[in-house]
Design a protein around this ligand. Structure first.
Ligand code: GN1
Ligand code: MG
Length: 354
């Protein structure tokens, strides 16, 4: 693996240049993340994927708005924004690349899957806390860092387009996943109706479990990370992506579908953690859609992996040719598992709300 942080990057910051020991970090699909370890202090260095995030200044603006607001609202809240360069910007452009440097949080750890319901409680509480703290921030000044990012109606159109354009062999290989996408189309229609009435809130839009740091020993929530899609959206996005990634013992890359089921005790922990911060913020209508949030995000992620497979895997990096198809089947399987356990899950939600 080639590791390439430009040496000159450090000169843009008030960080005395050191002989950094650089390693690749994180399991994210889109940006490139490194840890630069020094004797006294370490940093997380990240190269923004400019093909996906075409407007770094929109990210810059949203993060600044949140940071200023949060500093006022709760000065002790750890908001892990990039550190400022000498020009006072979060982002540093070198040649045609955009770089950020974040403080390295040594007591924090990020997981790809969970092994204790307490972790689900703490992580969900941490993301719930962010939504809660930002509930009063003026939305009008925020930019969409990726336009219509979680608009399922648009994602479905993109899927139909991909289906029309896909070569015959790919369509045949994906027949099962395509059938599942069409069979669950109701989710698109429900979302289409909900977006007319649900309130807009600042959402993180990528609340997967690897995007929150928990304390190494106690598992207490330390801070959320990956703030590039912090922008207005629906509560469905943040709650839903937690359901998508906290409940199964295996992640989206697992290919043995027999292992893909949800753990109800983790669902309970997740809901209680999230609602401990959000119960008095959510509207009555939002509270009727808590289970739908998970279905919505699982369906959308399945559709995105499937569309990408049909288009020749141009968005999500893969390690073998069928990977995005298998990721899609994995997510459809998890959706199925939610549908099968729907009654119990609704009962758990009911208990958490009363
Ligand atoms: C991508 O880059 P990463 O891994 O944080 C994607 C998310 C998906 C996720 C699926 C900008 O996030 O929307 O949910 O993969 N981010 C973008 O694992 O598309
Ligand atoms: Mg991300």
């Amino acid at each position: 693996m080639e590791i390439a942080i430009p040496e000159i990057l450090w000169e843009f910051y008030d960080i005395p240049s050191k002989n950094w020991l650089v390693t690749k970090a994180g399991s994210g699909h889109i940006n490139e993340t490194y840890i630069a370890a020094g004797n006294q202090q370490s940093w997380v260095v990240q190269k923004l994927n400019h093909r996906v995030f075409t407007q770094p200044e929109a990210i810059e603006q949203n993060i600044r708005l949140c940071q200023t607001y949060l500093q006022e609202k709760d000065p002790n809240y750890l908001f892990l924004a990039p550190i400022l360069n000498k020009k006072g910007c979060y982002t540093t452009k070198i040649a045609n690349s955009y770089w950020r440097i974040f403080p390295f949080i040594s007591e924090g750890i990020a997981f790809d899957t969970l092994s204790d319901p307490k972790q689900a409680y703490e992580a969900a509480k941490k993301f719930g806390e962010l939504s809660r703290l930002l509930a009063g921030v003026p939305l009008a000044q925020f930019k969409e860092t990726i336009p219509a990012f979680h608009d399922l109606n648009l994602r479905f159109k993109q899927f139909e387009q991909a289906l029309t354009e896909a070569p015959k062999e790919r369509k045949e290989a994906a027949a099962e996943a395509i059938a599942m996408a069409l069979a669950n189309r109701e989710i698109v229609d429900i979302f289409g109706k909900l977006k007319k009435t649900l309130p807009l809130r600042i959402q993180h839009h990528d609340t997967k479990i690897s995007n929150v740091l928990l304390h190494k020993k106690s598992f207490a929530g330390v801070c959320v990370i990956d703030l590039d899609t912090l922008m207005p959206g629906y509560f469905l996005s943040d709650l839903g992506d937690m359901v998508r990634t906290y409940l199964c013992a295996y992640d989206e890359n697992e290919t043995d579908l027999a292992k893909i089921t949800i753990r109800e005790d983790y669902f309970k922990a997740l809901m209680s953690g999230y609602l401990s911060k959000m119960a008095d913020i959510l509207t009555a209508e939002e509270k009727t859609q808590l289970l739908f949030a998970g279905k919505f995000m699982l369906y959308m992620q399945a559709l995105r992996f499937l569309s990408d497979y049909l288009q020749g895997s141009i968005y999500y990096p893969i390690f073998y040719p069928e990977q995005n198809l298998l990721r899609s089947l994995n997510q459809f399987q998890l959706l199925q598992s939610i549908v099968e356990k729907e009654k119990n899950l609704e009962q758990i939600i009911h208990e958490c709300l009363t």
